[in-house]
Write a protein of this length. Structure first.
Length: 339
């Protein structure tokens, strides 16, 4: 019978039994990105992403026909064209920013903690990062998905990927899994400060939109807490900024397919606001820890055009927290509570 445990596991076990100093590993996780802004790279990325049963919760046999028969024939080319508009010399913005976040957090935590980045889909993979921890002899593992609000399709899927790999290990390290930080005081402070800085520079808008990544409404009906956690973040930020009801609104972006998703929709809300006389809006996305295609292309470009075309005159996108010092301090503080 073939031994299912890898050579790396044997090496890690050896390190453990030789009495090496205990080492803590911190795995930072984000959604992922294609390797290049090309149709073939997008096809590989989307095939992995959209095959996840946490992401698409319909019978696999039916979904495979749709995915391989229609979506992967049409969507990669369109998505590649969008990625080309935001691609940088360092690659995708999400990957470049996530790498800088990883380095910044590692510098704060010091040499006794090993910090690595893993993407749920694409590269660098969660599996690669975990196996590097394994060779290092990590005995305690903190998994930190960089999604402020828990959702089964994001945070839950990260848990699946991590534990699927750990099932192959003979020695499983002590595991701490951070499943959300939507109401962490330092995170809320950093988010509110970034918005206030925009207000101070450009003036307070007529309406502030806090746009979260969309999810099918069915997920909420089945008990996913994501919608409620988004509303909680919005409420805490509004309180911190001293905003009154009517001055802000939570919306949901990036819907896909024909089913009903969480509402109100960001694009439809912007169009309606402009048509009913609102001229000045600012928009921020508290669901994203790093700027990516959904913020830099969808929010900053596509939705701007929708608002201006419908009659609005002033549209501002407030960047994600990215590598702001107060954001890195918040993320590091969250990790430290598990050290």
């Amino acid at each position: 019978m073939k031994n299912k445990y890898s050579a790396e596991t044997a090496n890690a076990d050896s390190l453990f039994h030789k009495g090496k100093p205990a080492l803590t590993g911190v795995l930072l996780v984000n959604l992922g990105t294609p390797d290049a802004p090309t149709a073939p790279a997008l096809r590989r990325y989307l095939a992995e992403f959209l095959a996840d049963p946490r992401v698409i919760e319909i019978p696999k046999i039916i979904w495979n026909l749709i995915l391989h028969g229609i979506i992967l024939r049409v969507r990669p080319k369109k998505s590649a064209a969008k990625y080309q508009t935001v691609w940088t010399d360092e690659g995708s913005p999400l990957l470049a920013i996530s790498k800088r976040q990883t380095s910044a957090i590692a510098a704060q935590l010091g040499d006794s903690v090993s910090v690595k980045l893993g993407m749920r889909y694409g590269n660098p993979s969660i599996t690669k990062a975990l196996r590097e921890f394994q060779v290092e002899g990590v005995r305690k593992l903190i998994v930190f998905p960089l999604y402020p609000q828990y959702a089964a399709a994001t945070t839950g899927s990260t848990f699946d990927a991590v534990t699927r790999e750990l099932q192959k290990w003979r020695f499983v390290p002590e595991l701490h899994f951070i499943n959300n930080y939507c109401d962490n005081s330092l995170f809320i402070d950093a988010l509110a400060k970034s918005i206030q800085e925009d207000f101070d520079q450009h003036g307070k808008p007529e309406k502030l939109l806090l746009s979260y990544h969309g999810m099918p409404k069915r997920n909420l009906d089945l008990g996913d807490p994501y919608y409620c956690l988004c509303q909680k973040t919005t409420r805490l930020v509004a309180e911190k900024l001293g905003l009154q009801k009517g001055e802000y609104i939570s919306t949901f972006q990036s819907r896909f397919g024909y089913a009903e998703w969480l509402q109100p929709y960001t694009d439809a809300t912007l169009e309606e606001l402009a048509k009913t006389g609102t001229k000045n809006v600012a928009i921020v996305s508290p669901a994203f820890s790093a700027d990516c295609l959904e913020t830099l292309e969808e929010l900053a470009v596509e939705n701007r055009e929708i608002f201006l075309h419908a009659g609005g005159t002033d549209y501002r996108y407030i960047p994600a927290l990215n590598t702001r010092e107060d954001h890195i301090a918040a993320l590091t503080s969250i990790v430290r509570t598990h050290l």
